[in-house]
Every structure is written in C-alpha cells, then in structure tokens.
Design a protein around this ligand. Structure first.
Ligand code: C2E
Ligand code: CA
Ligand code: CA
Ligand code: CA
Length: 280
C-alpha cells in the first residue's frame, strides 16, 4: 500500500543517513587522529619456512579511537580511501614503517623486509607514489631492498599496462613488490607473467580449511607451482595451526605469516620476537 511504501521509504532514508553520518564521523575523527599517538603501526612476522627464521614483517595500521577504542582497519580504511585523507595517511604509514625499519637496522636487528600495504588510490596516483617512495627512503635512510610494497591482485589487474609501468618504476628504486590476496581476483596468467613482482601472497581463505577441503589444497599447490615457475616467492597468510604449517612445508611454500607464529604486535614486541629465534 501507499502507507507501507512511505514507511519503507522513511526507513530507507534513515538507514542511508546513518551510513553517511558514520562516514562523516570517521573522516572527521581521522583528521584529528593523524599525527597523534591514536594511530600506530603493528608488525606481523614473516617466517621463512626453509630456515624457520623471521625475515621481515608486515606493517598493519591500528587506530585507538578516543571514544570507540580499537577500530579495525577494515572498518575505516575503505571510508578513508574515498576521501583526500588517504594521501596524508598513506604517506604517514609509509614514513613510519620505513623509519622503524631503519631504527631496527641501527639497533642491529639483522636484515628485515618491511612490507607496507598500498591503497588503490595511492597506486593510481602513480607519479605521486614513485616520488613519495623516493622521498621517504631518502628521508629515513632505509635501504630500498628492505622495503616491500603490497598491492592487491584486483588493483594490479585493473589497468594492466599502467600497473606494469608503475611496478617497474618502483622496482627501479630497489624496492620489491608483492601481490596481496592472491587467488581472490581475476588474474589472467598471460598478464601475470608480464608483471614485475617478487612475491605472491596466497589469500587466507585458501588455508582456512586445509586438512578438510581438498579443493583449496589443490589451489594452494597450483599457486605455489605457478609462483615458482614465474620465479617469485610464495607467501601464505593466515596460518593458524600446525596442520596448516605442515601442509605448507610439504608443498614448498617459501614464507608464511599468521596467528600460529604471532599476531601483529607493537614494534618493540616484534624486535623481541625477531631477536629470539625459536623452533616452530
Ligand atoms: P591484509 O593486507 O590482507 O592484512 C592481513 C590481515 O589478516 C590483517 O588484518 C592481519 O591482522 C590478519 N591476519 C594475519 N594473520 C591472521 C590469522 O592467522 N588469522 C586471521 N583471522 N587473521 C590474520 P588487519 O590488520 O585487520 O587488516 C585488514 C586489512 O586492512 C588488511 O588486509 C589491509 O587490506 C588493510 N590494512 C591494514 N593496514 C593497512 C595499511 O597500513 N594500509 C592500507 N592501505 N591497508 C591496510
Ligand atoms: Ca597485506
Ligand atoms: Ca592479504
Ligand atoms: Ca585481505
């Protein structure tokens, strides 16, 4: 009826408004958070499976909101990506990660790769991106080889020719490139072989049910072979159990990360883990 239609419409408007208000609040609060200790990077160890040693970490953004407490990045990064704030935020993340990497090196913490996630917006502003990476490496004095940039498969495949150019320019600086969430997008193998990348990171969704789901196991095996035939390292993320780790060891995966080894932790806790090798 007409009345129901109006009610539904009112409900719809209210829900839409709530969504818009939430976005505005996130943007407003992030503007205030930038440059304050509300924002912090945590670091999750990357394990080389041959040696069993920590060879690096992935930097992950954490926001301790004054009213809401810890807000997960999945809740605010997609919102910030739709605003101009992603540029200063992305710059801060890269600077902070490189500064930390340099500090660890100065503190004698062996060679560590610091992996930093790039947002799609950063990647599309390619000229600004290459200039920014150059500046930040210069300012922090981090060796370019120590920096790895992660871009998702979906972003890389959106505009293949220009992606290849950007990746080449970044690699010419000496940094390495990793394709994140691999297996969830739509990579054409034909394109993939043209991509100048150093690592494929197999998405967590493929390892969740290792030991229970033969299809996913077959996908992991196939990606390992694919990565190796393209001469890239293969990482698996989201490793939570011994069963998963044993499977990955048996199938030639090069590198792993996940709660089984460590959650993302503050910088000092990461340094302590990296200094204290243990058998997994
Ligand atoms: P991602 O890049 O795929 O990062 C991996 C996510 O998986 C992280 O979640 C990490 O904490 C989580 N994880 C790692 N090991 C395990 C595990 O064993 N089990 C489970 N259940 N989860 C695991 P987080 O930190 O919440 O980040 C979520 C996403 O937010 C990231 O996915 C990335 O897309 C984005 N993000 C986080 N930090 C940044 C950043 O600094 N810049 C950008 N552009 N995006 C970021
Ligand atoms: Ca990542
Ligand atoms: Ca990932
Ligand atoms: Ca992911």
């Amino acid at each position: 009826s007409k009345a129901d239609g109006r009610n539904a419409y009112h409900f719809y408007v209210a829900a839409m408004d709530a969504e818009v208000q939430a976005r505005k609040a996130i943007e407003r609060d992030m503007r205030l958070a930038l440059g304050t200790p509300q924002l912090e990077l945590h670091y999750q160890p990357l394990l080389d499976l041959k040696s069993g040693r920590i060879v690096g970490c992935e930097a992950l953004l954490r926001w301790n909101h004054p009213q809401l407490g810890w807000v997960p990045p999945a809740q605010f990064i997609p919102v910030i990506e739709r605003t101009d704030l992603i540029i200063p935020l992305g710059r801060w993340i890269l600077h902070q990660a490189c500064r930390q990497g340099r500090a660890w090196r100065d503190a004698g913490l062996g060679p560590m790769t610091i992996a930093v996630n790039l947002s799609p917006v950063q990647f599309r502003h390619s000229q600004g991106l290459v200039a920014m990476v150059t500046d930040i490496l210069d300012q922090t004095g981090l060796a370019p080889e120590a920096l790895q940039l992660e871009i998702t498969e979906g972003i890389a495949m959106q505009n293949v020719d220009s992606s290849i150019e950007v990746l080449k320019a970044l690699r010419a600086l000496g940094v390495t490139i990793s394709i994140d969430d691999f297996g969830t997008g739509y990579s054409s193998l034909n394109y993939l072989k043209r991509f100048p990348v150093d690592k494929l990171k197999i998405d967590r969704s493929f390892v969740i049910d290792i030991g229970q789901h033969p299809d996913n196991e077959a996908v992991v095996k196939a990606i390992v072979d694919l990565g190796h035939s393209l001469r890239t390292r293969v990482n698996v993320e989201g490793v939570e159990s011994r069963t998963q780790l044993d499977f990955l060891l048996a199938h030639g995966v090069d590198e792993a990360q996940g709660y089984y080894f460590s959650r993302p932790v503050p910088a000092d806790a990461f340094a302590a883990l990296a200094r204290d090798p243990r058998d997994w």
